[in-house]
Design a binder for this molecule. Structure first.
Ligand code: ADP
Ligand code: MG
Length: 613
Protein backbone atom coordinates (compact mmCIF):
# COMPACT_ATOMS: atom_id res chain seq x y z
CA UNK A 1 0.00 0.00 0.00
CA UNK A 2 1.43 3.37 -0.95
CA UNK A 3 1.92 6.17 1.58
CA UNK A 4 -1.09 8.39 1.67
CA UNK A 5 0.09 11.49 3.50
CA UNK A 6 1.00 14.35 1.21
CA UNK A 7 2.14 17.91 1.81
CA UNK A 8 -0.44 20.40 0.68
CA UNK A 9 0.76 22.63 -2.11
CA UNK A 10 1.38 26.18 -0.82
CA UNK A 11 -1.48 27.60 -2.86
CA UNK A 12 -3.93 25.30 -1.09
CA UNK A 13 -2.43 26.01 2.32
CA UNK A 14 -2.73 29.69 1.59
CA UNK A 15 -6.35 29.32 0.62
CA UNK A 16 -7.08 27.54 3.86
CA UNK A 17 -5.23 30.17 5.86
CA UNK A 18 -7.12 32.83 3.93
CA UNK A 19 -10.35 31.45 5.27
CA UNK A 20 -9.16 32.26 8.75
CA UNK A 21 -7.77 35.70 8.12
CA UNK A 22 -9.96 36.97 5.29
CA UNK A 23 -13.65 36.56 5.89
CA UNK A 24 -14.90 39.43 3.79
CA UNK A 25 -13.72 42.58 2.01
CA UNK A 26 -13.51 44.38 5.34
CA UNK A 27 -10.79 41.95 6.49
CA UNK A 28 -8.68 42.89 3.46
CA UNK A 29 -9.11 46.58 4.21
CA UNK A 30 -8.01 45.97 7.78
CA UNK A 31 -4.91 43.95 6.88
CA UNK A 32 -3.77 46.39 4.19
CA UNK A 33 -4.33 49.45 6.38
CA UNK A 34 -2.42 47.82 9.22
CA UNK A 35 0.49 47.07 6.92
CA UNK A 36 0.46 50.71 5.83
CA UNK A 37 0.55 51.83 9.45
CA UNK A 38 3.43 49.48 10.17
CA UNK A 39 5.27 50.94 7.20
CA UNK A 40 5.28 54.30 8.98
CA UNK A 41 2.83 56.01 6.64
CA UNK A 42 1.41 59.43 7.49
CA UNK A 43 -1.18 59.52 4.71
CA UNK A 44 -3.32 56.52 3.81
CA UNK A 45 -6.01 56.41 1.13
CA UNK A 46 -8.55 53.63 0.89
CA UNK A 47 -10.40 53.24 -2.40
CA UNK A 48 -13.19 50.73 -2.66
CA UNK A 49 -15.57 49.70 -5.47
CA UNK A 50 -18.79 47.76 -5.00
CA UNK A 51 -18.22 47.39 -1.28
CA UNK A 52 -14.82 45.87 -1.98
CA UNK A 53 -16.14 43.02 -4.10
CA UNK A 54 -14.51 44.29 -7.30
CA UNK A 55 -11.73 46.53 -5.97
CA UNK A 56 -9.92 47.40 -2.77
CA UNK A 57 -6.98 49.73 -3.18
CA UNK A 58 -4.90 50.98 -0.26
CA UNK A 59 -2.32 53.62 -1.06
CA UNK A 60 0.26 54.77 1.47
CA UNK A 61 3.34 56.97 1.69
CA UNK A 62 5.23 54.58 3.95
CA UNK A 63 8.68 53.05 3.68
CA UNK A 64 7.93 50.95 0.59
CA UNK A 65 9.72 47.69 -0.26
CA UNK A 66 12.82 46.65 -2.15
CA UNK A 67 12.37 44.57 -5.26
CA UNK A 68 13.15 41.34 -3.39
CA UNK A 69 10.96 42.21 -0.43
CA UNK A 70 8.12 43.04 -2.76
CA UNK A 71 8.22 39.53 -4.17
CA UNK A 72 8.80 37.89 -0.80
CA UNK A 73 5.98 39.71 0.91
CA UNK A 74 3.49 37.38 -0.76
CA UNK A 75 5.15 34.23 0.53
CA UNK A 76 3.62 32.55 3.52
CA UNK A 77 5.28 33.34 6.83
CA UNK A 78 7.15 36.15 5.21
CA UNK A 79 7.35 39.05 7.55
CA UNK A 80 9.85 41.77 8.18
CA UNK A 81 8.55 42.15 11.70
CA UNK A 82 9.81 39.11 13.57
CA UNK A 83 13.21 37.53 13.52
CA UNK A 84 13.05 35.24 16.55
CA UNK A 85 10.51 33.85 18.94
CA UNK A 86 11.60 36.45 21.51
CA UNK A 87 10.32 39.19 19.25
CA UNK A 88 6.86 37.78 19.72
CA UNK A 89 6.81 39.11 23.25
CA UNK A 90 7.77 42.62 22.34
CA UNK A 91 5.39 43.17 19.43
CA UNK A 92 4.50 46.78 18.82
CA UNK A 93 3.46 46.51 15.19
CA UNK A 94 0.11 45.45 13.80
CA UNK A 95 1.21 42.49 11.73
CA UNK A 96 3.64 39.76 12.61
CA UNK A 97 2.19 36.53 11.33
CA UNK A 98 3.30 37.12 7.79
CA UNK A 99 0.24 35.53 6.32
CA UNK A 100 -2.07 38.37 5.31
CA UNK A 101 -0.62 39.17 1.90
CA UNK A 102 -0.10 35.49 1.08
CA UNK A 103 -3.67 34.73 2.08
CA UNK A 104 -5.12 37.62 0.13
CA UNK A 105 -3.09 36.75 -2.96
CA UNK A 106 -4.43 33.19 -2.82
CA UNK A 107 -8.01 34.30 -3.30
CA UNK A 108 -7.86 37.35 -5.55
CA UNK A 109 -5.96 39.22 -8.22
CA UNK A 110 -3.34 41.48 -6.71
CA UNK A 111 -1.45 44.35 -8.23
CA UNK A 112 1.19 46.05 -6.15
CA UNK A 113 3.39 49.03 -6.83
CA UNK A 114 5.99 49.97 -4.27
CA UNK A 115 9.09 52.12 -4.01
CA UNK A 116 11.49 52.95 -1.20
CA UNK A 117 12.81 56.46 -0.84
CA UNK A 118 16.37 55.39 -1.69
CA UNK A 119 15.35 53.59 -4.91
CA UNK A 120 14.99 55.39 -8.17
CA UNK A 121 12.53 52.96 -9.68
CA UNK A 122 9.84 51.02 -7.94
CA UNK A 123 8.56 47.49 -8.40
CA UNK A 124 5.26 46.33 -9.83
CA UNK A 125 4.03 42.84 -9.13
CA UNK A 126 0.89 41.06 -10.31
CA UNK A 127 -0.27 37.86 -8.69
CA UNK A 128 -3.40 35.85 -9.37
CA UNK A 129 -4.42 32.99 -7.08
CA UNK A 130 -0.91 32.76 -5.60
CA UNK A 131 0.68 32.62 -9.06
CA UNK A 132 3.08 35.32 -10.15
CA UNK A 133 1.75 36.91 -13.32
CA UNK A 134 4.25 39.70 -13.82
CA UNK A 135 7.13 41.39 -12.01
CA UNK A 136 8.69 44.52 -13.47
CA UNK A 137 10.20 47.89 -12.62
CA UNK A 138 7.83 50.84 -12.59
CA UNK A 139 7.97 54.58 -12.02
CA UNK A 140 5.86 55.31 -8.95
CA UNK A 141 5.63 57.46 -5.84
CA UNK A 142 7.41 56.51 -2.64
CA UNK A 143 5.27 54.14 -0.63
CA UNK A 144 3.04 51.27 -1.55
CA UNK A 145 -0.21 50.87 -3.45
CA UNK A 146 -1.90 47.49 -3.30
CA UNK A 147 -4.96 46.71 -5.41
CA UNK A 148 -7.07 43.67 -4.64
CA UNK A 149 -9.42 42.82 -7.48
CA UNK A 150 -12.22 40.27 -7.60
CA UNK A 151 -11.90 38.97 -4.10
CA UNK A 152 -12.85 35.26 -3.73
CA UNK A 153 -13.08 34.90 -7.53
CA UNK A 154 -11.69 31.37 -7.17
CA UNK A 155 -13.65 30.44 -4.03
CA UNK A 156 -17.25 30.62 -5.29
CA UNK A 157 -18.69 29.38 -2.02
CA UNK A 158 -17.11 32.31 -0.25
CA UNK A 159 -18.09 34.79 -2.86
CA UNK A 160 -21.69 33.68 -2.69
CA UNK A 161 -21.59 34.04 1.05
CA UNK A 162 -20.89 37.77 0.82
CA UNK A 163 -23.76 39.98 1.89
CA UNK A 164 -25.41 42.90 0.14
CA UNK A 165 -23.11 45.81 -0.73
CA UNK A 166 -24.63 47.95 2.00
CA UNK A 167 -23.73 45.34 4.61
CA UNK A 168 -20.21 44.72 3.33
CA UNK A 169 -19.63 48.46 3.14
CA UNK A 170 -20.76 48.81 6.72
CA UNK A 171 -18.18 46.22 7.77
CA UNK A 172 -15.48 48.03 5.82
CA UNK A 173 -16.34 51.35 7.42
CA UNK A 174 -16.25 49.70 10.85
CA UNK A 175 -12.67 48.50 10.23
CA UNK A 176 -11.71 51.84 8.77
CA UNK A 177 -13.10 53.67 11.81
CA UNK A 178 -11.20 51.43 14.21
CA UNK A 179 -7.89 52.11 12.52
CA UNK A 180 -8.62 55.80 12.08
CA UNK A 181 -9.46 56.08 15.78
CA UNK A 182 -6.36 54.16 16.79
CA UNK A 183 -4.17 56.59 14.83
CA UNK A 184 -5.61 60.10 15.04
CA UNK A 185 -2.27 61.60 14.01
CA UNK A 186 -2.41 59.88 10.61
CA UNK A 187 -4.28 61.35 7.66
CA UNK A 188 -6.88 59.04 6.11
CA UNK A 189 -9.35 59.23 3.29
CA UNK A 190 -11.99 56.83 2.12
CA UNK A 191 -13.48 56.59 -1.36
CA UNK A 192 -16.38 54.43 -2.46
CA UNK A 193 -17.39 54.10 -6.11
CA UNK A 194 -15.43 57.21 -7.10
CA UNK A 195 -16.74 59.42 -4.32
CA UNK A 196 -14.64 60.57 -1.38
CA UNK A 197 -16.79 59.68 1.62
CA UNK A 198 -14.43 60.67 4.39
CA UNK A 199 -11.34 62.79 4.66
CA UNK A 200 -9.65 62.82 8.04
CA UNK A 201 -6.84 65.29 8.67
CA UNK A 202 -4.27 64.49 11.37
CA UNK A 203 -5.72 65.66 14.72
CA UNK A 204 -6.03 64.62 18.35
CA UNK A 205 -8.28 61.82 19.60
CA UNK A 206 -11.21 64.01 20.52
CA UNK A 207 -11.26 65.72 17.14
CA UNK A 208 -10.88 62.42 15.34
CA UNK A 209 -13.96 61.16 17.17
CA UNK A 210 -15.83 64.30 16.11
CA UNK A 211 -14.75 63.93 12.48
CA UNK A 212 -15.98 60.36 12.45
CA UNK A 213 -19.16 60.67 14.50
CA UNK A 214 -20.22 64.27 14.02
CA UNK A 215 -19.49 67.53 15.83
CA UNK A 216 -22.36 67.09 18.24
CA UNK A 217 -20.71 64.18 19.95
CA UNK A 218 -18.27 66.62 21.50
CA UNK A 219 -20.62 67.70 24.29
CA UNK A 220 -21.40 64.09 25.01
CA UNK A 221 -17.88 62.97 25.86
CA UNK A 222 -16.46 62.65 29.34
CA UNK A 223 -12.70 62.56 29.84
CA UNK A 224 -11.16 59.46 31.29
CA UNK A 225 -7.60 59.20 32.48
CA UNK A 226 -5.97 56.79 34.92
CA UNK A 227 -2.37 55.83 35.32
CA UNK A 228 -1.39 52.73 37.23
CA UNK A 229 1.46 50.28 37.17
CA UNK A 230 -0.65 47.67 35.44
CA UNK A 231 -1.92 49.79 32.57
CA UNK A 232 -2.59 53.37 31.64
CA UNK A 233 -6.07 54.25 30.54
CA UNK A 234 -6.99 57.32 28.56
CA UNK A 235 -9.92 58.27 26.42
CA UNK A 236 -13.55 59.23 26.52
CA UNK A 237 -16.77 57.73 27.71
CA UNK A 238 -20.15 58.85 26.49
CA UNK A 239 -22.71 60.60 28.63
CA UNK A 240 -25.82 58.48 29.14
CA UNK A 241 -27.56 60.35 26.34
CA UNK A 242 -25.11 58.83 23.87
CA UNK A 243 -25.98 55.26 24.78
CA UNK A 244 -27.87 53.27 22.19
CA UNK A 245 -29.79 50.05 22.04
CA UNK A 246 -27.45 48.67 19.39
CA UNK A 247 -23.70 48.39 19.67
CA UNK A 248 -21.44 50.43 17.45
CA UNK A 249 -19.64 53.08 19.43
CA UNK A 250 -17.66 50.83 21.74
CA UNK A 251 -13.94 51.03 21.15
CA UNK A 252 -11.04 49.60 23.13
CA UNK A 253 -7.50 50.10 21.93
CA UNK A 254 -4.35 48.61 23.33
CA UNK A 255 -1.10 50.21 22.26
CA UNK A 256 -2.97 51.74 19.32
CA UNK A 257 -4.52 48.49 18.22
CA UNK A 258 -8.27 47.97 18.30
CA UNK A 259 -9.42 45.07 20.42
CA UNK A 260 -12.62 43.39 21.38
CA UNK A 261 -12.84 42.64 25.04
CA UNK A 262 -16.19 41.38 26.32
CA UNK A 263 -14.86 41.11 29.87
CA UNK A 264 -13.74 44.75 29.97
CA UNK A 265 -16.95 45.76 28.24
CA UNK A 266 -18.75 44.32 31.24
CA UNK A 267 -16.70 46.61 33.49
CA UNK A 268 -18.18 49.59 31.68
CA UNK A 269 -21.65 48.20 31.46
CA UNK A 270 -21.64 47.71 35.22
CA UNK A 271 -20.24 51.17 35.88
CA UNK A 272 -23.21 52.62 34.02
CA UNK A 273 -25.62 50.23 35.65
CA UNK A 274 -27.59 52.71 37.70
CA UNK A 275 -27.89 55.39 35.06
CA UNK A 276 -28.79 53.42 31.97
CA UNK A 277 -31.82 51.23 31.45
CA UNK A 278 -30.94 47.63 30.78
CA UNK A 279 -30.43 46.99 27.09
CA UNK A 280 -28.69 50.33 26.47
CA UNK A 281 -25.03 50.13 25.60
CA UNK A 282 -22.77 52.97 26.71
CA UNK A 283 -20.45 54.53 24.13
CA UNK A 284 -16.75 54.57 24.84
CA UNK A 285 -13.39 55.24 23.23
CA UNK A 286 -10.80 53.82 25.59
CA UNK A 287 -7.09 53.66 24.94
CA UNK A 288 -4.89 51.38 27.04
CA UNK A 289 -1.15 51.56 27.06
CA UNK A 290 0.53 48.49 28.45
CA UNK A 291 3.98 46.97 28.39
CA UNK A 292 3.83 44.67 25.32
CA UNK A 293 5.27 41.82 27.37
CA UNK A 294 2.19 41.88 29.63
CA UNK A 295 -0.34 41.38 26.85
CA UNK A 296 -0.91 38.56 24.40
CA UNK A 297 -2.08 39.57 20.95
CA UNK A 298 -1.31 36.23 19.41
CA UNK A 299 -4.44 34.42 20.50
CA UNK A 300 -6.63 35.16 17.51
CA UNK A 301 -5.96 35.01 13.75
CA UNK A 302 -7.42 38.41 13.11
CA UNK A 303 -5.69 39.75 16.21
CA UNK A 304 -8.73 41.50 17.60
CA UNK A 305 -8.76 39.68 20.89
CA UNK A 306 -6.02 40.55 23.28
CA UNK A 307 -5.31 39.05 26.64
CA UNK A 308 -3.87 41.00 29.52
CA UNK A 309 -1.60 39.33 32.02
CA UNK A 310 -3.60 40.77 34.86
CA UNK A 311 -7.11 41.02 33.52
CA UNK A 312 -8.83 41.21 36.88
CA UNK A 313 -6.74 44.13 38.03
CA UNK A 314 -7.30 45.99 34.77
CA UNK A 315 -11.01 45.26 35.07
CA UNK A 316 -11.11 46.82 38.52
CA UNK A 317 -9.14 49.86 37.45
CA UNK A 318 -11.32 50.36 34.42
CA UNK A 319 -14.55 49.96 36.31
CA UNK A 320 -13.43 52.33 39.05
CA UNK A 321 -12.17 55.02 36.71
CA UNK A 322 -15.35 54.96 34.66
CA UNK A 323 -17.44 55.24 37.80
CA UNK A 324 -15.27 58.05 39.00
CA UNK A 325 -15.51 59.90 35.70
CA UNK A 326 -19.28 59.46 35.69
CA UNK A 327 -19.46 60.64 39.26
CA UNK A 328 -17.34 63.66 38.57
CA UNK A 329 -19.46 64.51 35.62
CA UNK A 330 -22.55 63.98 37.64
CA UNK A 331 -21.49 66.73 40.02
CA UNK A 332 -21.72 69.20 37.25
CA UNK A 333 -24.58 69.58 34.83
CA UNK A 334 -23.59 69.29 31.22
CA UNK A 335 -23.43 72.96 30.34
CA UNK A 336 -20.98 73.84 33.05
CA UNK A 337 -19.04 70.69 32.49
CA UNK A 338 -18.01 71.66 29.02
CA UNK A 339 -17.03 75.18 29.78
CA UNK A 340 -15.24 75.06 33.07
CA UNK A 341 -15.88 71.86 34.88
CA UNK A 342 -16.84 73.63 38.07
CA UNK A 343 -19.77 75.47 39.47
CA UNK A 344 -18.94 78.78 40.95
CA UNK A 345 -20.62 78.43 44.30
CA UNK A 346 -18.87 78.69 47.65
CA UNK A 347 -18.38 75.49 49.55
CA UNK A 348 -19.44 75.16 53.13
CA UNK A 349 -18.09 72.45 55.32
CA UNK A 350 -21.19 70.37 55.62
CA UNK A 351 -20.10 68.46 58.70
CA UNK A 352 -18.83 71.44 60.63
CA UNK A 353 -20.98 73.94 62.48
CA UNK A 354 -22.41 76.80 60.52
CA UNK A 355 -20.30 79.81 61.34
CA UNK A 356 -20.26 83.32 60.02
CA UNK A 357 -17.83 83.66 57.15
CA UNK A 358 -14.49 85.20 57.69
CA UNK A 359 -15.28 88.72 56.55
CA UNK A 360 -13.27 91.86 56.94
CA UNK A 361 -15.71 94.31 58.50
CA UNK A 362 -15.07 98.02 58.45
CA UNK A 363 -16.13 99.01 61.97
CA UNK A 364 -15.46 102.65 61.28
CA UNK A 365 -17.93 102.68 58.51
CA UNK A 366 -20.33 105.59 58.52
CA UNK A 367 -23.34 104.98 56.32
CA UNK A 368 -23.89 108.71 55.86
CA UNK A 369 -20.43 109.27 54.55
CA UNK A 370 -20.36 109.33 50.78
CA UNK A 371 -17.29 107.18 50.56
CA UNK A 372 -17.55 104.74 47.71
CA UNK A 373 -14.18 103.28 48.51
CA UNK A 374 -15.55 101.79 51.71
CA UNK A 375 -17.79 99.59 49.67
CA UNK A 376 -14.80 98.18 47.91
CA UNK A 377 -12.74 97.67 51.03
CA UNK A 378 -15.54 95.83 52.74
CA UNK A 379 -16.32 93.62 49.79
CA UNK A 380 -17.52 90.22 50.81
CA UNK A 381 -14.87 87.66 50.39
CA UNK A 382 -15.89 84.17 49.52
CA UNK A 383 -14.39 82.08 52.31
CA UNK A 384 -14.06 78.70 50.71
CA UNK A 385 -14.59 79.13 47.05
CA UNK A 386 -13.80 76.00 45.14
CA UNK A 387 -15.13 72.94 43.48
CA UNK A 388 -18.22 71.25 44.68
CA UNK A 389 -17.56 67.84 46.10
CA UNK A 390 -21.03 66.56 45.51
CA UNK A 391 -24.55 67.62 44.87
CA UNK A 392 -25.64 67.14 48.39
CA UNK A 393 -23.14 69.70 49.50
CA UNK A 394 -24.11 72.05 46.74
CA UNK A 395 -27.68 71.92 47.78
CA UNK A 396 -26.99 72.24 51.48
CA UNK A 397 -25.61 75.63 50.71
CA UNK A 398 -28.96 76.74 49.45
CA UNK A 399 -30.17 76.44 52.99
CA UNK A 400 -27.13 77.42 54.92
CA UNK A 401 -25.96 80.31 52.87
CA UNK A 402 -28.70 82.81 53.68
CA UNK A 403 -28.01 82.77 57.43
CA UNK A 404 -24.32 83.39 57.03
CA UNK A 405 -24.86 85.71 54.12
CA UNK A 406 -27.06 87.98 56.18
CA UNK A 407 -23.94 88.86 58.11
CA UNK A 408 -22.59 90.34 54.93
CA UNK A 409 -21.43 93.87 55.54
CA UNK A 410 -22.37 94.70 52.01
CA UNK A 411 -25.96 95.21 53.00
CA UNK A 412 -25.19 98.10 55.27
CA UNK A 413 -22.12 99.47 53.70
CA UNK A 414 -23.31 101.68 50.92
CA UNK A 415 -26.11 102.01 48.51
CA UNK A 416 -24.10 100.19 45.91
CA UNK A 417 -23.15 97.50 48.33
CA UNK A 418 -26.64 97.16 49.68
CA UNK A 419 -28.09 96.58 46.29
CA UNK A 420 -25.42 94.09 45.48
CA UNK A 421 -25.97 92.28 48.75
CA UNK A 422 -29.64 92.01 48.07
CA UNK A 423 -29.05 90.72 44.63
CA UNK A 424 -26.70 88.05 45.82
CA UNK A 425 -28.97 87.10 48.61
CA UNK A 426 -31.94 86.71 46.36
CA UNK A 427 -29.86 84.26 44.41
CA UNK A 428 -29.20 82.36 47.55
CA UNK A 429 -32.64 82.18 48.92
CA UNK A 430 -34.05 78.95 47.65
CA UNK A 431 -36.49 80.83 45.46
CA UNK A 432 -38.58 78.26 43.69
CA UNK A 433 -40.87 78.56 40.76
CA UNK A 434 -42.84 76.05 38.77
CA UNK A 435 -43.20 76.33 35.02
CA UNK A 436 -45.95 74.65 33.00
CA UNK A 437 -46.52 72.22 35.86
CA UNK A 438 -43.46 70.48 34.52
CA UNK A 439 -40.28 72.28 35.50
CA UNK A 440 -38.96 73.60 38.77
CA UNK A 441 -36.78 76.68 38.42
CA UNK A 442 -34.38 77.97 41.02
CA UNK A 443 -31.47 80.38 40.82
CA UNK A 444 -27.96 79.12 41.51
CA UNK A 445 -24.83 81.18 41.48
CA UNK A 446 -23.88 80.20 37.96
CA UNK A 447 -27.31 80.79 36.49
CA UNK A 448 -30.76 79.33 36.53
CA UNK A 449 -31.18 75.70 37.44
CA UNK A 450 -34.04 73.91 35.70
CA UNK A 451 -35.29 70.62 37.04
CA UNK A 452 -37.58 68.29 35.18
CA UNK A 453 -40.01 67.43 37.95
CA UNK A 454 -41.26 64.06 36.74
CA UNK A 455 -37.80 62.76 35.95
CA UNK A 456 -36.50 64.06 39.24
CA UNK A 457 -39.22 62.17 41.03
CA UNK A 458 -38.46 59.05 38.98
CA UNK A 459 -34.81 59.28 39.98
CA UNK A 460 -35.72 59.67 43.64
CA UNK A 461 -38.12 56.74 43.62
CA UNK A 462 -35.83 54.58 41.52
CA UNK A 463 -32.96 54.86 43.98
CA UNK A 464 -35.29 54.30 46.84
CA UNK A 465 -36.89 51.21 45.32
CA UNK A 466 -33.57 49.79 44.15
CA UNK A 467 -32.27 50.03 47.66
CA UNK A 468 -35.45 48.62 49.09
CA UNK A 469 -35.48 45.60 46.79
CA UNK A 470 -31.85 44.89 47.49
CA UNK A 471 -32.26 45.02 51.22
CA UNK A 472 -35.85 43.82 51.24
CA UNK A 473 -36.49 46.39 53.86
CA UNK A 474 -39.12 48.89 52.83
CA UNK A 475 -42.04 49.29 55.14
CA UNK A 476 -45.48 49.77 53.73
CA UNK A 477 -47.47 52.77 54.80
CA UNK A 478 -50.99 51.65 55.40
CA UNK A 479 -53.52 53.21 53.11
CA UNK A 480 -56.45 54.92 54.76
CA UNK A 481 -58.69 52.30 53.31
CA UNK A 482 -57.78 49.22 51.27
CA UNK A 483 -58.17 49.58 47.53
CA UNK A 484 -59.49 46.73 45.44
CA UNK A 485 -58.03 46.28 41.96
CA UNK A 486 -59.61 43.93 39.49
CA UNK A 487 -57.77 42.82 36.37
CA UNK A 488 -57.81 40.23 33.64
CA UNK A 489 -56.29 36.85 34.36
CA UNK A 490 -53.07 37.47 32.37
CA UNK A 491 -52.33 40.64 34.33
CA UNK A 492 -53.29 38.90 37.50
CA UNK A 493 -50.77 36.15 36.75
CA UNK A 494 -48.02 38.72 36.24
CA UNK A 495 -48.88 40.49 39.45
CA UNK A 496 -48.97 37.29 41.45
CA UNK A 497 -45.41 36.52 40.38
CA UNK A 498 -44.24 39.94 41.48
CA UNK A 499 -46.00 40.19 44.82
CA UNK A 500 -42.93 39.24 46.85
CA UNK A 501 -40.72 41.81 45.22
CA UNK A 502 -43.44 44.40 45.44
CA UNK A 503 -43.76 43.76 49.12
CA UNK A 504 -40.01 44.28 49.50
CA UNK A 505 -40.53 47.65 47.93
CA UNK A 506 -43.11 48.63 50.47
CA UNK A 507 -46.35 47.52 48.93
CA UNK A 508 -48.81 45.60 50.98
CA UNK A 509 -50.81 43.88 48.30
CA UNK A 510 -52.77 40.74 48.90
CA UNK A 511 -54.27 38.20 46.61
CA UNK A 512 -58.02 38.31 46.99
CA UNK A 513 -58.68 35.51 44.51
CA UNK A 514 -60.74 35.73 41.32
CA UNK A 515 -58.33 38.09 39.57
CA UNK A 516 -58.56 40.64 42.32
CA UNK A 517 -55.84 42.22 44.42
CA UNK A 518 -56.30 44.39 47.44
CA UNK A 519 -53.79 47.13 48.16
CA UNK A 520 -53.51 47.70 51.89
CA UNK A 521 -50.37 49.77 51.91
CA UNK A 522 -48.02 51.61 49.57
CA UNK A 523 -44.40 52.68 49.88
CA UNK A 524 -43.80 56.02 51.52
CA UNK A 525 -43.51 58.68 48.88
CA UNK A 526 -46.32 57.38 46.74
CA UNK A 527 -49.10 58.23 49.18
CA UNK A 528 -50.33 60.95 46.92
CA UNK A 529 -50.87 58.61 44.01
CA UNK A 530 -53.95 56.48 43.68
CA UNK A 531 -52.77 52.89 44.36
CA UNK A 532 -55.04 51.38 41.70
CA UNK A 533 -53.61 53.81 39.16
CA UNK A 534 -50.07 52.97 40.21
CA UNK A 535 -50.75 49.28 39.70
CA UNK A 536 -52.35 49.81 36.31
CA UNK A 537 -49.42 52.01 35.24
CA UNK A 538 -47.04 49.48 36.60
CA UNK A 539 -48.60 46.66 34.63
CA UNK A 540 -48.61 48.74 31.50
CA UNK A 541 -44.96 49.74 31.90
CA UNK A 542 -43.99 46.23 32.74
CA UNK A 543 -45.63 44.79 29.67
CA UNK A 544 -44.45 47.43 27.23
CA UNK A 545 -40.85 47.53 28.44
CA UNK A 546 -40.62 44.03 27.01
CA UNK A 547 -38.52 42.42 29.68
CA UNK A 548 -39.28 38.94 30.75
CA UNK A 549 -40.34 38.39 34.32
CA UNK A 550 -37.22 36.57 35.37
CA UNK A 551 -34.30 38.26 33.62
CA UNK A 552 -33.06 41.44 35.19
CA UNK A 553 -36.35 41.58 36.99
CA UNK A 554 -35.33 43.47 40.10
CA UNK A 555 -33.71 46.45 38.49
CA UNK A 556 -36.54 46.68 36.02
CA UNK A 557 -39.08 46.39 38.71
CA UNK A 558 -37.58 49.39 40.46
CA UNK A 559 -37.46 51.32 37.22
CA UNK A 560 -40.96 50.39 36.20
CA UNK A 561 -42.39 51.16 39.56
CA UNK A 562 -40.56 54.48 39.72
CA UNK A 563 -41.99 55.43 36.36
CA UNK A 564 -45.43 54.28 37.30
CA UNK A 565 -45.57 56.12 40.59
CA UNK A 566 -43.71 59.32 39.75
CA UNK A 567 -45.84 62.43 39.70
CA UNK A 568 -46.95 63.65 36.33
CA UNK A 569 -47.16 67.23 35.23
CA UNK A 570 -49.11 68.83 38.00
CA UNK A 571 -49.03 71.85 40.19
CA UNK A 572 -46.73 71.53 43.18
CA UNK A 573 -46.75 73.43 46.44
CA UNK A 574 -43.60 75.18 47.55
CA UNK A 575 -43.02 72.45 50.11
CA UNK A 576 -43.38 69.76 47.50
CA UNK A 577 -40.88 71.45 45.20
CA UNK A 578 -38.53 71.83 48.13
CA UNK A 579 -38.91 68.18 48.99
CA UNK A 580 -38.19 67.06 45.45
CA UNK A 581 -35.07 69.16 45.29
CA UNK A 582 -33.85 67.99 48.69
CA UNK A 583 -34.38 64.36 47.87
CA UNK A 584 -33.00 64.68 44.36
CA UNK A 585 -29.72 66.03 45.62
CA UNK A 586 -29.49 63.26 48.14
CA UNK A 587 -29.52 60.80 45.23
CA UNK A 588 -26.41 59.15 43.94
CA UNK A 589 -27.06 60.18 40.35
CA UNK A 590 -29.28 63.24 40.43
CA UNK A 591 -28.45 64.44 36.93
CA UNK A 592 -30.14 61.63 35.08
CA UNK A 593 -33.44 59.83 35.19
CA UNK A 594 -33.16 56.06 35.61
CA UNK A 595 -33.44 55.64 31.85
CA UNK A 596 -30.69 58.11 31.17
CA UNK A 597 -32.55 61.29 30.34
CA UNK A 598 -31.38 64.60 31.77
CA UNK A 599 -33.04 65.76 34.99
CA UNK A 600 -31.17 68.98 35.60
CA UNK A 601 -29.86 71.70 33.42
CA UNK A 602 -28.38 75.06 34.24
CA UNK A 603 -29.01 78.04 32.03
CA UNK A 604 -25.80 79.87 32.70
CA UNK A 605 -25.43 83.60 33.09
CA UNK A 606 -23.22 83.50 30.03
CA UNK A 607 -25.98 81.91 28.01
CA UNK A 608 -28.42 84.51 29.25
CA UNK A 609 -26.04 87.33 28.48
CA UNK A 610 -25.64 85.97 25.00
CA UNK A 611 -29.37 86.05 24.48
CA UNK A 612 -29.48 89.73 25.41
CA UNK A 613 -26.49 90.79 23.38
P1 ADP B 1 2.83 40.85 8.48
O1 ADP B 1 2.19 42.19 8.41
O2 ADP B 1 2.21 39.99 9.50
O3 ADP B 1 4.32 40.93 8.58
P2 ADP B 1 1.84 40.60 5.80
O4 ADP B 1 1.58 39.44 4.96
O5 ADP B 1 0.71 41.50 6.13
O6 ADP B 1 2.52 40.09 7.13
O7 ADP B 1 2.99 41.46 5.15
C1 ADP B 1 4.23 40.83 4.85
C2 ADP B 1 5.35 41.82 4.81
O8 ADP B 1 5.22 42.66 3.67
C3 ADP B 1 5.40 42.78 5.97
O9 ADP B 1 6.11 42.21 7.04
C4 ADP B 1 6.15 43.96 5.38
O10 ADP B 1 7.54 43.77 5.44
C5 ADP B 1 5.73 43.94 3.92
N1 ADP B 1 4.64 44.92 3.65
C6 ADP B 1 3.34 44.63 3.50
N2 ADP B 1 2.62 45.75 3.24
C7 ADP B 1 3.50 46.79 3.23
C8 ADP B 1 3.39 48.20 3.00
N3 ADP B 1 2.20 48.80 2.77
N4 ADP B 1 4.53 48.95 3.04
C9 ADP B 1 5.72 48.37 3.28
N5 ADP B 1 5.89 47.03 3.50
C10 ADP B 1 4.80 46.24 3.48
MG1 MG C 1 0.22 42.52 7.95
Amino acid sequence: MPDIIQLLPDSVANQIAAGEVIQRPASVVKELMENSMDAGSTVITVIVKDAGKTLINVVDNGCGMSETDARLSFERHSTSKIRSADDLFAIQTMGFRGEALASIAAISEVEMQTRRQEDEVGTQIEIKASTLVSHKPVACKQGTSIKIKNLFFNVPARRKFLKADSTELKHIITEFQRIALAHPGTEFSFHHNNTEILHLPPVNIRQRIMHLFGKNINQQLIDLETQTGVANIKGYIGKPGLAKKTSGEQFFFVNNRFMKHPYFHKALQLAYEKILPSGSIPSYFIYFTADPSTIDINIHPTKTEIKFENERAVWQILNASVKQALGKFNIVPSIDFDTQGLIDIPVSDKDGPVRPPDIPVNYNYNPFEEDKAAGKKGRWRNPGKGKYENWEQLYKDFHEAPSSESASPLETESEDGARKGLFDESAWMPALMQLKNRYILTPVKSGLMIIHQKRAHERILFEKYSEAVESGSAIAQQNLYPVTVEMNSADFAIMSELLDDLSNMGFDIRDFGRNTLVVYGSPAGTEKSDPAGVIQNFLHEYKTSGTSLKEGARENLALTLARASAINDRSLSREEMQEIIDKLFACKMPSYSPDGKPVIDILSIDDLDKKFR
